[in-house]
Design a protein around this ligand. Structure first.
Ligand code: PMP
Length: 771
């Protein structure tokens, strides 16, 4: 690095080509930093590249490069790397009397493009190429790969002494970049996957046949043994300068990850590798301009982009910038691989409407959210904005839970089959589920969603009872198959139940016909069940199934009072029907203290249906019931679900159950929930529109009313609060028959600080309304 570049004239280069390699032709000098590169042209022959190395370059390093090129060509012959030609005397490296070392390579076709000229496909291919090159070199070993060059991120500490060459105006910028990146890099680098890598796969070292196709990988002069992810960082470094740089980064990273998925620690370090790379580029360029004025024009151009990028880091703020980089790299999988240009929000909206159709549930929020990455209770939007997710109940163990992700990825990479073959995980999951249930609920039928679980529960109930009548609450939701859509009045535009379904009110002690203040207020609600049984009987239908969400979530989160569910279940069972406890919302510790909602209420169902959180995002559902009930179905029919209980789903289910079933986990949810409930109740003192706060565990409904005395619902306020909290970075939703209940149900791994920010944001949103 400290040595001067060789100084052959064009005529001397032509002479070297002829005398040592037997190639006659005209030489043209190409730009370079440390080596001299000549393009050698001869009539009727493909052009060649004569490389004359820096006088200080060690022979061992040059030899390593040749061996590496040979390995790449063998391991991945499609990769467009130069092939090395032997000299007249045999060896590929020729020491020149002037002191330099010459070698002859094939000249790769294509031309250099500007990053902004590339298509998405071209960017994607850059990422893939970088990863393929790394893969081809994976097992390569050579002692010379330990070469001490400044471009090795492990040598980041050697950059500082060069800062004295950087101009006074730029030096603080570069120093800050090193202060930010160096300690993290030195800590992380020794623990990351490392091997010999190209280490300079920047834009200028690639040639393109078209804006979508790479035709050449150049310059193996910076190869060294270091963290594999550095190759991606270098490739990214040279493209973030282009407009919409972060989108481009995401596409490059997606290409890389198609070949070599990154580990979380590698994604984490990319911002630091970028900062250090820019700092190094500026420092080395400043120093070389003075030390080697001959190459000043070439290295001078290095400063502009990095200075611009480091300035952008300052402008965006380090944290936000880091998030943007990590989101782009880590969120890469949500991008369509290869080809399609990233769509604008309007484009996506239009495509969603057209392709997914008008019946689909509307998007949340007036400006749609485009999360690209999640972690714990946090979601990160494309533009780097961080959101506290207080709404999504599926990822009970947090977004992108590493245990679940690892279990799913590992088994997917080996085998996924179905329950017509024998394997342990599905049995272990069934066994563990049964162990959490009351005695008697001893058989598990695996499906893929809550809807399927309820659909199957309905079949089981009919088979066992011989009856055909169902009862649900008036605004219930139990799923989307034909059968259970009949049990989901919450979705109907016209509230007329099919003949086999009778409806009853859920016990709304705040705004319903009977209120909490009245002693024995639930009796009237319970009596509606008898009426429903009578209604079904009048149509000639015997009771088959009563479906109950133990928290009446879609009714407005109406946590029923103690004793209600037990009495309700018993009444229906006494009439000859089976009770389906729909635990899709309330299961897996959502209600604190108990794994299952019905258990929290001391009630005993005949069938328990599970979904949503069961795989923390991986689709899996189940019905847990008594063997005798399943036997009744078996007498009528065989039953099978292709994906139900598959090994991958079972492992996801096991990872969730192991964690959520722990006493400490449930106690923590209980405690956090109590805190959240009381903080939200505190708000009602200042804000009369907060009519009622209903909390059990981490499932909370906050009912908004126009006035506390009238209790008239205030859905417009609820809608505004949801939007206003979103603007503050907290995601909540709306529910209830009038849409006036704010629904809060964060991932259960939420921290106590994060829980506090939910109530603070709620408070601020209310304050803004009343000011
Ligand atoms: N039951 C309840 C109580 C639900 O909330 C839902 C989903 N919102 C379902 C069943 C249906 O689950 P899925 O959408 O996974 O089919």
């Amino acid at each position: 690095m400290h040595a001067a570049p060789p100084r052959l004239t064009v005529a001397e280069a032509e002479k070297v080509a002829l005398s040592h390699f037997g190639r006659r032709g005209r030489a043209y000098l190409l730009p370079g930093e440390r080596d001299q590169n000549f393009r050698l042209e001869a009539e009727g022959e493909p052009p060649l590249l004569l490389k004359v190395s820096n006088l200080g370059e060690e022979l061992a390093v040059l030899r390593m490069q040749l061996l590496a090129l040979r390995q790449v060509a063998e391991a991945d012959p499609e990769l467009p790397v130069p092939r090395v030609l032997p000299s007249e005397d045999g060896p590929e490296l020729v020491s020149l009397p002037s002191g330099g070392v010459a070698r002859m390579l094939t000249y790769l076709p294509g031309s250099h493009l500007r990053p902004a000229d590339l298509t998405s496909e071209g960017l994607y291919q850059m990422g893939r190429t970088s990863a393929r090159l790394g893969r081809a070199l994976r097992g390569f070993f050579d002692p010379a790969a330990d070469q001490s060059i400044l471009w090795n991120p492990r040598r980041v500490g050697d950059v500082r002494p060069l800062l004295s060459w950087v101009s006074d105006t730029r030096r603080p910028l570069v120093e800050r970049a090193l202060d930010r990146s160096e300690p993290r890099m030195l800590r992380a680098l020794p623990t990351l996957r490392s091997q010999v890598i190209h280490n300079d796969l920047s834009f200028s070292n690639l040639t393109f046949e078209s804006p979508s196709r790479i035709s050449g990988i150049l310059d193996f002069g910076d190869m060294c043994h270091t963290a594999l992810v550095s190759d991606l960082a270098v490739t990214c470094e040279s493209i973030v300068e282009i407009p919409h740089g972060f989108d481009a980064l995401a596409v490059v990273a997606a290409g890389f990850q198609e070949v070599t998925p990154l580990e979380p620690e590698e994604v984490e370090l990319i911002p630091d590798l970028l900062l250090a790379r820019w700092a190094t580029l500026i420092a080395v360029s400043a120093w070389r301009r003075v030390a080697f004025p001959d190459t000043a024009a070439y290295v001078g151009g290095w400063q502009h982009g990095p200075v611009q990028m480091l300035t952008q880091v300052e402008e965006l703020g380090e944290d936000r910038w880091r998030r943007l980089v990590r989101n782009s790299v880590g969120g890469a999988l949500s991008l369509a691989p290869g080809g399609a240009e990233p769509l604008s929000v309007t484009g996506l909206l239009e495509a969603r409407r057209k392709l997914l159709g008008p019946a689909l549930s509307p998007l949340s929020y007036s400006t749609p959210l485009q999360p690209v990455r999640g972690q714990g209770a946090l979601l990160f939007d494309r533009d780097g904005t961080e959101y506290l997710d207080a709404y999504n109940n599926v990822p009970v163990l947090g977004h992108a839970n590493p245990e679940v992700a690892r279990a799913v990825a590992a088994q997917t990479a080996v085998l996924n089959t179905n329950t017509r073959y024998l394997y342990r995980p599905v049995l272990e999951l069934a066994e563990r589920l049964v162990a959490t249930m009351p005695p008697g609920l001893d058989t598990v039928l695996f499906v893929n969603s809550g809807s399927e679980a309820n659909d199957l529960a309905w079949r089981l109930a009919r088979a066992f009872t011989g009856g055909g009548g169902a009862v649900v609450t008036r605004h219930a939701y139990h799923g989307m198959t034909s059968s259970v859509a009949d049990f989901s009045p919450d979705e109907w535009h016209i509230p007329i139940a099919p003949p086999h379904v009778a409806m009853m009110d859920a016990p709304d002690g705040y705004r319903g016909p009977r209120r909490r203040e009245q002693p024995g207020w639930t009796d009237g609600y319970l009596a509606q069940l008898d009426a429903a049984v009578g209604e079904l009987a009048s149509r000639g239908l015997a009771p088959a199934a009563l479906l109950v969400d133990p928290a009446f979530t879609s009714e407005g989160v109406l946590h029923p009072p103690p004793g209600y569910l037990r009495a309700l279940f018993q009444r229906w069972q006494a009439a000859g029907g089976l009770v389906v406890a729909d635990e899709v919302q309330t299961g897996y510790g959502r209600l604190g203290s108990h794994l299952w909602g019905f258990a929290r209420h001391g009630a005993l169902p005949d069938l328990v249906t599970l979904g949503k959180p069961m795989g923390n995002g991986y689709p899996i559902g189940a019905v847990v019931t008594r063997a005798e009930i399943v036997e009744a179905l078996a007498e009528k029919t065989e039953w099978f679900s292709t994906f139900g209980g598959n090994p991958v789903a079972s492992l996801a289910g096991l990872a969730v159950l192991r964690e959520a079933g722990r006493r400490e986990f449930l106690d923590r949810v209980e405690e956090l929930g109590v805190g959240l409930g009381s903080a939200l109740r505190g708000l009602s003192e200042r804000h009369p529109s907060v009519g009622d706060v209903r909390q059990l565990g981490l499932l909370v409904g906050v009912e908004l009313v126009r006035r506390p005395d009238s209790r008239a619902p205030f859905p417009e306020l609820a809608a505004r609060l949801v939007e206003s909290m979103r603007r503050q970075g907290v995601l909540v939703g709306r529910t209830g028959r009038d849409g006036n209940v704010i629904k809060i149900r964060p991932p259960l791994v939420i921290s106590s600080e994060q829980v506090k920010s939910i109530s603070s944001a709620f408070g601020r949103a209310l304050d803004a309304e009343s000011s």
